[in-house]
Design a protein around this ligand. Structure first.
Ligand code: NI
Length: 167
């Protein structure tokens, strides 16, 4: 499987609002497959298209993280249709390596989008899956998990972040 370079904090594509995908063509199918290869190689749970340099509304999640043998989840043009409760747990991001912090996310999230066949899909996430869904949708809006931290918490990470963006 193809492995694409993962864009690291400081890269402007991570701050772009990703564009809606109007047609699921061969290019999008290839991108989704390359993103799954990249995610697997990085041993991550989720990856948004911005993270491989494409500001398009598409993310992939490795569901085998939640249930063995589960097929990967590919969501195009995701929209949050319902959000309930909250949870606070430690979070990280493949684009901000070596950095972890507690982030509050919805406890349950329902997301609507389309799959590679342009068929509507509804994903219901609880706990960690809800967190990953929220994190990936944030990416598509140019938002990173560190944006959710208090200014004090972010200040504590600022040296690390400066180092990442200088690379
Ligand atoms: Ni991330």
């Amino acid at each position: 499987m193809a492995v694409l370079p993962i864009r690291i904090y400081g890269d402007s594509v991570l701050r772009k609002r990703a564009k809606k995908i109007t047609k699921v063509d061969e290019r999008i199918r290839r991108l989704a497959s390359e993103m799954l290869g990249t995610l697997k190689n990085a041993q991550g749970i989720g990856l948004a298209a911005n993270q491989v340099g494409e500001a398009l509304r598409l993310f992939v999640i490795d569901r085998s993280f939640f249930q063995a043998e589960e097929s990967p989840l590919i969501v195009i043009n995701p929209e949050i249709v319902n959000s309930q409760g909250d949870q606070t747990e430690e979070e990280g991001c493949l684009s901000i390596p070596g950095t972890y912090a507690d982030v509050t996310r919805p406890l349950k999230l329902v997301v609507k989008g389309i799959d590679l066949n342009e068929k509507e899909i509804i994903v219901e996430g609880k706990g960690l899956l809800s967190r990953v869904l929220a994190h990936e949708i944030d990416h598509l809006n140019g938002i990173l998990f560190i944006d959710h931290l208090s200014s004090i918490r972010r200040k504590l990470l600022s040296k690390k972040l400066r180092k990442l963006s200088a690379k």
